[in-house]
Every structure is written in structure tokens, then in C-alpha cells.
Design a protein around this ligand. Structure first.
Ligand code: CU
Length: 711
């Protein structure tokens, strides 16, 4: 059968249409335990809050009504699922969302299942990528979803198929890793369940801060150039330990995309609808709480109930009973709740941990049989005989009466057989990494004074086309610079990192997130506080910042820190919990303090590591771990490449070579040509094959050298 070019085109077009129809026919359905693979579809588009399709809505008494309703007592309320109400503020705000929802669809799968997510970017203006926060992507580093580090951004009208194994079990989430899209609405839960039957039901809480006036891009510009409220300069918030937060403004808190806008007194509000969690009396529930906000941590509690914290970032811990816990953007905490109180409605509370007026993120815990009414419950009173325990404090003193802090390093792993990788001479590395804003005239986010320069290619698959090392004189002890900060590790080494938040660029506690690993948390160091007020006094002295451009160590950039006591090197830091350390992928580094973590370098890839406060991340507080580069598996065939125009010289050189690609792909052919030419004296074959063999040798030497220099 013969095809001419036109009929071939028609045939291909028909096949394409069928393929699209076939993929559209795959429904998003619950992924059951027996399934080998689960397929999801994400369409990314803009939407407006407070709209029921083309009808504006307004909030009253926890319900939504069409804009033209004048008497709500005899009007039909609009189904909540039709509207992204956020904090119920009357002016719709632009959001970027998946499948028209905020939060986007939950992905709930079982450990070991193959997960396929087809992402279509239907945005007119913006590129996108999706990161699977907390998954290690062993053997699939190109599915990690970081633009220009593990993949090219998915441009408008393009699609990308994510395909990876769901591992390990636990509470994770997915979100855009592009600019500020995450807090524009591109996020959702990603739960990996164990393949066991259980009668403990799950409930998901996604908690976040919210600004109903503007998006995070606007917030970022205010952070850089200053923020005003009317003609007043916005002074920003202070944490409870008196360290400065940010001038990033929020008005409200949301739980699963719903909250309400409170007046100054934190009592009167606009009556916006809230998320309701239904429970049955006598039942036990696992609440999976995900910090999906931009910047502010929340203290989470449930009125009338003690909660038992059982896991963080996917790893089980020895259960800890608590009144509340604090969750930062990027972190997850699972708690168990026994519904053993009188049937009724109870507040689930999230409050920001700030000195002045706090913001509330509320939801309703409703027992089956209770009235469809708002809770009237109060926060538990902390008393001398019944003190309140707060887990994961970013400081050691909680400045409230009868309230105690349990910092994360005081928690223990539930797994007695998961010790930290141990020190071994010659196989141990230690790195001090200061996440801060050091500077003289400008104060960009940085790691060790290095503000991240994002490549214009995909670093993972096009490493030879990008060159921005951090070893130039403009970086260093008392400087800050812009470069692509890359830390090379590998060969199965035990890698100890000291995350710091110190020196002149010290800021609010940064939640640091590592891709590709769940690290072991061995120790946390805190600053000196006033033990009455809990106020910060001076930074921790265990670390010597070095460099003293200004007036001493507190004012150094802290770019090249070391242990103050040299005997702490080689893994000898006193007080390390190496036997049962909890594991995490996002850890809060206290202002003026540090965290000691360890990983085993056993997952080849290029892994992003950054502050999970969105504004800090896009401001440059980010780096990459270049792990065992030579052992990174090959990306799938046809994996997209990207570059600027004109491309880098390295790429042009490669492209010049590609004119001989066919020959290059068949090195044996040239050897045969060469043998034939010698044997039969075919002159024109001799010269060509000899030169090609020589060129190939030079090219592969060059590639090896470039790869080595990149390492
Ligand atoms: Cu930060």
C-alpha cells in the first residue's frame, strides 16, 4: 500500500485525533488498591474567586447567594462546590487552578502504584511545571517538576506527561514550581496509602495564608520595593520571638480553599462558608495537614479535643499528644483524633504565630447528628494543672501562660530500625548552608551569599550548555553574588548538612525543602532568648560565622561558617540523635539558629533545595544538589530540551557535530570503512572515516571533560 505525503498527513492527523479522544475518555476515578497504574488529567487555567460560572456570588451566614438576591431567607443557596470562595471577599480575585478547583484534585494512590498525570497548560500567558512534593523520584529525576533544573517549562498550549512510582507512603502534595503559581492556586494533596485495610478514615486539611487584594507576584514586588497600605508604609509582622517576618501582607487564612475575612477584633466577619469535616462519634480519624501557604506558619488545634501527632512529611513518629502544632509552608503533620466528645460542632483552628493581630483559618468539625450550625466552642484554656503542649515551635519559649514548646528535634522516629547514615572516614562530607538575606545595599535571598541564577536550559539533561559557577571573586566570605549554586555529592557518601539562618541576613525561620530525599533530623540549635518574654537576644554560638565586614560575627554575612569548636568536625557534634532521628523533607530553621541533617547519597539526580516561603524562593534562596551525576539514568526518548537564542557556544558546537550524527551513532561503520580503505586502498573512504573517528574521539573527550568540570 502506498501513501502520498498528503494522505500520510491526513492519516497522522486522524491518529492524533483518536489519541486525544482516547485520552479524554480516561476518567479521573478513584485509584483502588488492586490497580497497577492510575491516570489523572490536569487542565491548568485561570478562574475568578466568588463566581458561579458567570454569576457573581456573595457570602452570608456561611452560605453563598447570587449577586441579585435581596432576601436570603427565601433564596436558594448556591452549592459550595460551584464556587471558589476563598475568604468570601466580594471582589473576585484571579486564580490559576487545576480542573477549575482550588485546591486542585486530591491524588490518593497506594504505595508502589505507577502514577501518570497528563498536564495540559491552557494558560494564555504562563508556563508551568508540577512538582510532587516529598516524593523521591528514584530513577526518574526528570519527573521532579522543577523548571530549568529537571525539565523545560510546559509552555501555553503544550502538555507534559508525568509518569513515576508512588513512593514512599505518606502525606505529600503537588504544586506548581513555576514562579508564584503555587499560591495563585496550583496545588493539591498527594496521599500515598499503605496497601493495608484500616478502619481509620482520612481527612485532609490544606492550610494557607491569603491576600484577597493581590497575588504573590504583587507581594514579591512589595517585598523588594516596599509595601504601602493607602499612604501608610506597611511595617510588617513580628513573630512571637520578636524576630521580623515580612512585609508580605495577608488578610485571611484558608482551610481547603475556604475561610472568612475577619475584622480587626477577630470576631466579626463576612460570613463566608467554611470547610466542614464530618465525623462519627466513637470513630478514630487521621487528619493529614498540609502547609500550602505562601509565608505564614499556622498553629493548628481542635476545640475540645486533644490531638495526637503521629507523622510528619510522610514518616511516622512516636505519637505525641498535644494541644496544637505549628505548620510552615511545605511541611505536613498527620494527627489522630478520637471523636469521643458530645455530639456537636467544634472549631478546627489555625492561627498565625504573630505578635500583633493574628489571622484565623477556621474549619468546622461536625459530628454526625449535630445541627447544621456554627460551633460555639472555645479554645482550650491552658492552666497550671493542664498545660498546653505546642509541637514544632520555631523557638523554645512560647510567650503564653502555661504553654510549653516541643521543638522538632525532640521528636523520635516510630521506626526503631532506621538510624541515620553513620560517619565513615573518607566517605563523609559536611556542608554549612546559610539561608539568609545578606547584603549592604541590596538584600536578595541567597544560600551562603549566592543568589540562585536559574539556567536557560534544563540542567539535568543539558548540563554542558550552562555555565554559571559560584567560584568567582565576586562570591565569597564578605560578598553576595548571583550564580547557579551547586553542591556535588555522591558515591554513597554520608552527607551532613548544617542549615543555618544566621548573620546580618538572618530572617524569620525559613522552612527549607530538599527534593529527592527525606533527610534525618539530628539536632537543632536555637538562639539565646529572654526566658521571660521569649524575645530573641543573640544568635547561637555553636557556629562561627567568620567574615566580619561590619562590627562582628552577628553582622557577618555568614557565608563560610564552621563549627566554633573544631572538635565537632567529622560527625562529632555533641547531642546528635543518630539512633531514632525523625525524617523530613521540609524543616524550619529557627531565626538565629541551625539544624543538623544527614542523608545518604543514594539517589542520583539534580535536586533542588530551597526555602519554601514562595517569595524567598523566587528571590534566590535556592540551590541544587548535584548527586552522582555520572550515574543519573537517561531521560526518556524525546524528552524536551530548551535553550535561548542564540544558543550557548557549547550547544552550537554540539549542533555542528550533529551534522555527523548518523555516523557518530554508528561508530562501528567508520571502523569498517577504515579497514576496507586500508585493505582495498579506497582513498576517498580512508580520509573521511579517519577524520570522523578522530572527531568522535575528540568530541567524547570534550563531553567527558565538560561533565567532569560540571561535577
Ligand atoms: Cu525563607
Amino acid at each position: 500500500m502506498m501513501f502520498d505525503a498528503r494522505s500520510m498527513h491526513l492519516l497522522l492527523a486522524a491518529v492524533g485525533v483518536c489519541a486525544v479522544l482516547a485520552s479524554a475518555a480516561v476518567q479521573q476515578q478513584p485509584c483502588t488498591m488492586d490497580m497497577k497504574e492510575c491516570v489523572f488529567h490536569f487542565d491548568i487555567e485561570h478562574r475568578l474567586t466568588m463566581m458561579d460560572h458567570k454569576t457573581l456570588t456573595f457570602a452570608e451566614n456561611g452560605k453563598l447567594y447570587a449577586y441579585d438576591v435581596t432576601n436570603t431567607s427565601n433564596a436558594t443557596a448556591i452549592p459550595l462546590e460551584n464556587v471558589m470562595s476563598a475568604d468570601g471577599h466580594g471582589t473576585p480575585r484571579l486564580v490559576t487552578v487545576v480542573n477549575g478547583q482550588m485546591p486542585g484534585p486530591d491524588i490518593v494512590v497506594y504505595e508502589g502504584q505507577r502514577v501518570i498525570v497528563n498536564v495540559r497548560n491552557l494558560l494564555p500567558n504562563d508556563a508551568v511545571t508540577i512538582h510532587w512534593h516529598g516524593l523521591h523520584q528514584e530513577g526518574t529525576p526528570w519527573m521532579d517538576g522543577v523548571p530549568h533544573i529537571t525539565q523545560c517549562p510546559i509552555h501555553p498550549m503544550q502538555s507534559f506527561r508525568y509518569d513515576f512510582i508512588a513512593k514512599p507512603k505518606g502525606t505529600f502534595w503537588w504544586h506548581s514550581h513555576m514562579g508564584t503559581q503555587r499560591t495563585m492556586g496550583v496545588f493539591g494533596a498527594f496521599i500515598i496509602k499503605e496497601r493495608i485495610e484500616t478502619d481509620v478514615e482520612d481527612r485532609i486539611i490544606q492550610i494557607q495564608d491569603w491576600n484577597h487584594d493581590h497575588d504573590s507576584d504583587h507581594g514579591h514586588m512589595q517585598m523588594v520595593f516596599g509595601g504601602y497600605v493607602g499612604r501608610e508604609k506597611f511595617q510588617g509582622y513580628q513573630s512571637l520571638d520578636s524576630t521580623f517576618y515580612s512585609i508580605f501582607q495577608i488578610q485571611s487564612g484558608l482551610i481547603n480553599g475556604r475561610g472568612r475575612f475577619y475584622q480587626e477584633n477577630n470576631v466579626d466577619h463576612n460570613g463566608a462558608p467554611l470547610t466542614t469535616y464530618s465525623v462519627k462519634h466513637g470513630q478514630r480519624y487521621r487528619f493529614r495537614v498540609i502547609g500550602v501557604g505562601a509565608l505564614y506558619p499556622f498553629r493548628v488545634s481542635v476545640d475540645g479535643h486533644n490531638i495526637t501527632v503521629i507523622a510528619s512529611d510522610g514518616y511516622d513518629m512516636e505519637p505525641e499528644e498535644a494541644e496544637s502544632f505549628i505548620i510552615n509552608p511545605g511541611e505536613r503533620f498527620d494527627f489522630e483524633l478520637l471523636a469521643n466528645q458530645p455530639i456537636g460542632n467544634y472549631w478546627i483552628r489555625g492561627i498565625t504565630v504573630v505578635k500583633s493581630r493574628y489571622q484565623r483559618a477556621d474549619a468546622i468539625l461536625r459530628y454526625e447528628g449535630a445541627a447544621d450550625a456554627e460551633p460555639t466552642t472555645n479554645r482550650r484554656q491552658c492552666t497550671a494543672s493542664r498545660r498546653c503542649m505546642v509541637i514544632n515551635c520555631p523557638f523554645t519559649y512560647y510567650p503564653e501562660e502555661y504553654t510549653d514548646c516541643k521543638t522538632f528535634d525532640h521528636l523520635r522516629s516510630a521506626d526503631v530500625n532506621d538510624p541515620a547514615p553513620s560517619y565513615a572516614a573518607g566517605k563523609f562530607q559536611e556542608h554549612f548552608l546559610n539561608f539568609a538575606f545578606p547584603g549592604i545595599k541590596s538584600f536578595p535571598g541567597s544560600v551562603n551569599g549566592k543568589s540562585f541564577e536559574t539556567p536557560d536550559v534544563n540542567l539535568l539533561t543539558q548540563p554542558t550548555e550552562w555555565h554559571s559557577p559560584c567560584d568567582s571573586p565576586k562570591c565569597g566570605l564578605d560578598n553576595h553574588c548571583k550564580c547557579t549554586y551547586s553542591l556535588s555529592i555522591g558515591n554513597g557518601d554520608t552527607v551532613q548538612m548544617v542549615f543555618m539562618n544566621m548573620g546580618v541576613g538572618r530572617g524569620w525561620a525559613h522552612p527549607i525543602h530538599m527534593h529527592g530525599h527525606s533527610f534525618y533530623v539530628l539536632k537543632m540549635g536555637y538562639p539565646v532568648y529572654n526566658d521571660t518574654t521569649g524575645d530573641f537576644i543573640s544568635q547561637n554560638k555553636d557556629v562561627e560565622c567568620r567574615g566580619n565586614l561590619y562590627t562582628g560575627l552577628e553582622n557577618s554575612f555568614c557565608n563560610e561558617a564552621v563549627w566554633s569548636n573544631q572538635s565537632w568536625q567529622n560527625g562529632n557534634v555533641p547531642g546528635l540523635n543518630t539512633q531514632r532521628p525523625p525524617r523530613k523533607d521540609t524543616i524550619m530553621v529557627p531565626s538565629g539558629g541551625y539544624v543538623v541533617i544527614r542523608i545518604k547519597a543514594d539517589n542520583p539526580g539534580i535536586w533542588n533545595m530551597h526555602c519554601h516561603i514562595e517569595l524567598h524562593n523566587i528571590d534566590g534562596m535556592m540551590m541544587v544538589i548535584n548527586e552522582s551525576f555520572s550515574q543519573i539514568p537517561k531521560a526518556p526518548k524525546g524528552f524536551p530540551e530548551c535553550h535561548s537564542f542564540p544558543p550557548s557556544q557549547a550547544r552550537l558546537d554540539q549542533e555542528d557535530g550533529s551534522s555527523n550524527a548518523q555516523v557518530e551513532n554508528k561508530p562501528g561503520t567508520n571502523v569498517i570503512y577504515f579497514v576496507v580503505c586500508i585493505a582495498f586502498n579506497v582513498q576517498q573512504w580512508c580520509m573521511h572515516s579517519f577524520i570522523t573517528i578522530l572527531l568522535n574521539i575528540v568530541r567524547s573527550l570534550y563531553k567527558t571533560l565538560m561533565n567532569l568540570s560540571y561535577k
